[in-house]
Design a protein around this ligand. Structure first.
Ligand code: KG4
Ligand code: ZN
Length: 378
C-alpha cells in the first residue's frame, strides 16, 4: 500500500510516499528556514504564503521520485528544494500507484495547516483517493520505523514497533511522554506545562545571539563549552508527575546572562549577548543543554520504571540532539529507537507512515469534514 503524506504544520512544506507504513519511496522537504532567519523565528503569514507557492511542486516531486525509481542520495535521502521553486514540469500520471492521502490536520500554525489540508482535500476529491487526517505529534513517533528503499537498509526486527512502547516526543511545540499499547491506541502520560523543549532551545539561542533555528545552534556551541560551568534548576513537579516545565530554566539562564553582562533585570534581553565572551556563550549553551537533557531523561526513566515498555522511541525535532540521544541510550535499560536526524525534524514521511495504520483500520475521513485544527490534542 502506497500512502502519499502531506505536511505543512509549521515552516516546512513536505510531501512523501511511504510503502506499507515503513519503506521510504520519497521524502521531499522544502524548508523555509532562510525566509524566517531574518526575523529570528517563524512568521506565520510568511510561512503560509510560502506553502502556497511550493505545495504542488513538492507533491509532484514526491510522486516522481517515488515512482520513477529516482533514489536521491542528497542528505541521507531527503531532497531539499529551494523555497523559491515554482517550476512545474509535466510529469507522468503516477496517481494510479497511490492508495491514499494522509495529511497533517493539526496541531500547528493555522494558516500553514490550511494549505496542506486544502491541498489534500482537493487531491482526494479529484484523484478519488481515501483521505486520512493525521495528528502531527503522534506522527513524529512513526519516523522511527522508517527505512529507505535500498536493499542494504532492510529493517531489522529491532526497528519494528514493539508494544507497549514509550514515546518521548520533543519538538518546537510539544514535549510529551506517551504510552502506546498498539497502533492508534495510546495514552499521554506527561506533557509540558509551559514551553516545549525545542521552544526553550530556540529562545535561549536567541538570548545568546546564536541564531535560528536554536536547537542546532545551541548544540554546536555546547560542543565547545563546559556543561558544569553553570548550575541551572531542573523543574520539580512532584515525584510521580511526568510533566515538564522549562519556563523557570529559561528565566534562570536570563538572570545568569544579566549577571555576567553586569546589567539589571530591566536590560532588554536582545542586547545582552553582545556583553558576553564567546567562551561564556559556549558554557551557557552547554550548561543549558545539559539541564534540558537531564530533565527529559529523568522523567522518561520514571515512566520506564512505572510502565515497563518493550521499546522506547525518541522523536521530534529535539531528538536530533546528539547529547540527548546519547544520554537516553546510556540511562534506560530498554532498546531505544531514534530516527536519523533528518527524520526527527518535520517531514511528510512520518505522516504517510502513520496514515498506513489509519488506512488499515479503515479510519478515513470525508474530505468535506477535514478541518485544520491548530490546537489538535494528542
Ligand atoms: O519537530 P520539529 O521540526 O517541529 C515542530 O513540530 O515543532 O522541531 C523543531 C524544533 C526546534 O525548536 C529546533 O530548535 C529543535 O527542534 N531542534 C533541535 C535540534 N534540531 C532541531 N533541538 C536541539 N538540538 C538539535 N540538534
Ligand atoms: Zn514537528
Amino acid at each position: 500500500m502506497n500512502i502519499l503524506g502531506i505536511e505543512t504544520s509549521c515552516d516546512e512544506t513536505a510531501a512523501a510516499v511511504v510503502k506499507d507504513g515503513a519503506t521510504l519511496l520519497s521524502n521531499v522537504v522544502a524548508s523555509q528556514i532562510d525566509l524566517h532567519a531574518a526575523y529570528g523565528g517563524v512568521v506565520p503569514e510568511v510561512a503560509a504564503r510560502s506553502h502556497i507557492e511550493v505545495m504542488l511542486p513538492v507533491v509532484e516531486k514526491a510522486l516522481t521520485e517515488a515512482f520513477s525509481q529516482v533514489v536521491s542520495s542528497e542528505e541521507g535521502g531527503v531532497s531539499q528544494i529551494a523555497s523559491k521553486t515554482r517550476s512545474s514540469l509535466p510529469t507522468p500520471d503516477y496517481w494510479g500507484l497511490v492508495d491514499g492521502i494522509a495529511v497533517t490536520a493539526g496541531p500547528g500554525l493555522h494558516g500553514s495547516l490550511l494549505i496542506g489540508t486544502l491541498t489534500a482535500r482537493t487531491l482526494s476529491y479529484t484523484k478519488n483517493k481515501p483521505l486520512y487526517a493525521i495528528n502531527h505529534v503522534e506522527a513524529h513517533v512513526y519516523a522511527a520505523f522508517l527505512h529507505d528503499a535500498a536493499p542494504s537498509s532492510l529493517p531489522s526486527p529491532l526497528s519494528s514497533p514493539r508494544f507497549p512502547l514509550l514515546a518521548l516526543i520533543v519538538s518546537g511545540g510539544h514535549s510529551q511522554i506517551a504510552l502506546f499499547r498498539g497502533h492508534l491506541d495510546y495514552t499521554v502520560l506527561g506533557q509540558t506545562r509551559d514551553d516545549a523543549a525545542g521552544e526553550a532551545f530556540d529562545k535561549i539561542a536567541k538570548l545568546l545571539g546564536l541564531g535560528f533555528p536554536g536547537g542546532p545552534a545551541i548544540a554546536k556551541a555546547a560542543l565547545k563549552g563546559n556543561e558544569q560551568a553553570f548550575s541551572f534548576p531542573k523543574a520539580k513537579l512532584g515525584k510521580h508527575s511526568l510533566d515538564y516545565s522549562f519556563s523557570g530554566l529559561k528565566t534562570a539562564v536570563l538572570r545568569q546572562v544579566q549577571e555576567l553582562a553586569g546589567l539589571d533585570h530591566t536590560a532588554p534581553s536582545w542586547e545582552l549577548h553582545h556583553k558576553l565572551t564567546e567562551q561564556q556563550r559556549n558554557d551557557l549553551a552547554a550548561s543549558f543543554q545539559k539541564t534540558v537533557v537531564d530533565t527529559l531523561v529523568d522523567r522518561l526513566e520514571v515512566a520506564c520504571e512505572a510502565h515497563q515498555p518493550k521499546q522506547i522511541v525518541l522523536a521530534g525535532g529535539v531528538a536530533a540532539n546528539q547529547a540527548l540521544r546519547q544520554e537516553l541510550r546510556r540511562r534506560v535499560p530498554v532498546p531505544v529507537l531514534i530516527p536519523p536526524p533528518y527524520l526527527c525534524t518535520d517531514n511528510a514521511a512520518m505522516v504517510a507512515a502513520l496514515g498506513h495504520h489509519y488506512a488499515k483500520a479503515d479510519q478515513q475521513i470525508d474530505p468535506a469534514k477535514l478541518v485544520a485544527d491548530s490546537s489538535l490534542a494528542m
